[in-house]
Design a protein around this ligand. Structure first.
Ligand code: ARG
Length: 300
């Protein structure tokens, strides 16, 4: 049975997907209320030119639309209060990585945000886990420089295995700690293109055998790993991936794909593969470099 290890190339793969134990899908999501969301600084290329340019009322409407889509897909949503001075806190895929053991014990790793502007978000999210029965793990800040939670560390749907993006916001070293603590393999994918700075901007698990990806965001070794372990791959075009954040969709139940409206080509492929497409608008959040996936945290 595969145990803790970091895999960075196909030659290191000594297991196949069928051997990885299953993990139940989380049925709950956290969202951070959007009243303080805005673009106030530039820490990714999408934010360029958008400082002060968020329509606050529209942002609130869109947040409600995304929240409603999750609830209609059968997900229970818990709200955490957004905080003044932390405009990116609303992207709550980033501050943590939750996990559940075979015996149902809940654990979470708290992130070390890469950008100084976002570091204070983590403590507010940690409070929710404290009140909800989670064992909390912190990285040794002297050894690990950064790790941005589920922005980069994505559970393979229904499996005890993590896909881990590194290079921009999370470091490879962080995955060693995660892999050892949770006793799961991490398939580490180096990210090359600053527009796709988090793994969740170019890689979306849909169900246990299907992923939606933007191939150009990966190294050839990374792409080989994805092709080796995931039997069905749907790809997004540059326009739909980079402008519309198609790969930042979320498929919480393996059936409904909640995705930014207008991803025509991807949507046709999703429907062809049997998924139900649920379109929402995240126009204000895309100005900050995020869309559906990063506006929530799936929790156990
Ligand atoms: N402005 C935020 C940042 O650059 C956006 C984060 C989006 N989150 C994500 N998981 N892609 O940190």
């Amino acid at each position: 049975m595969p145990v803790s290890k970091i895999i960075t190339s196909v030659s290191e793969l000594d297991f196949n997907l069928a051997e990885i134990p299953t993990m139940h899908l989380p049925k709950n999501a956290l969202m951070v209320t959007p009243e303080h969301f805005t673009v106030e600084y530039v820490i990714n290329p999408h934010m360029q030119g958008h400082v002060g340019n968020v329509d606050k009322a529209k942002a609130i409407e869109e947040w409600v639309e995304v929240r409603t889509a999750f609830m209609e897909a059968g997900i229970q949503v818990y709200d955490i209060q957004g905080q003044p001075g932390l405009p990116d806190m609303v992207f709550c895929a980033n501050q943590s990585l939750p996990f559940v053991t075979v015996n149902g014990k809940k654990h979470v790793f708290m992130s070390i945000m890469n950008a100084d502007q976002r570091k204070d978000e983590v403590g507010f999210i940690e409070q929710w886990y404290r009140s909800n029965d989670y064992t909390i793990h912190h990285f040794d800040k002297d050894a690990i420089s950064d790790f941005e939670g589920m922005g980069d560390a994505i559970w393979h749907t229904g499996k005890r295995m993590i896909w881990g993006g590194y290079g921009f916001r999370s470091s490879l070293e962080a995955y060693r700690r995660v892999s050892e603590t949770f006793d799961v393999p991490v398939i580490a994918l180096e990210l090359k293109n600053p527009s796709f700075y988090h793994l969740d901007t170019c890689f979306c698990m849909l169900n246990s055998k299907t992923a939606l990806i933007y191939p150009e965001a990966f190294t050839s070794e990374g792409l080989k790993l994805i092709e080796e372990l995931i039997p069905e791959i749907i790809t997004a075009s540059t326009h739909e991936a980079e402008e519309l954040f198609a790969c930042n969709a979320t498929c919480p139940d393996g059936k409904h794909v909640i995705i930014q409206a207008g991803c025509t080509e991807v949507n046709a492929k999703l429907e062809e593969a049997g998924f139900t497409v649920v379109e929402v608008s995240t126009n204000e959040y895309r100005k900050s470099g995020g869309s559906v996936f990063c506006m929530k945290m799936m929790v156990f």
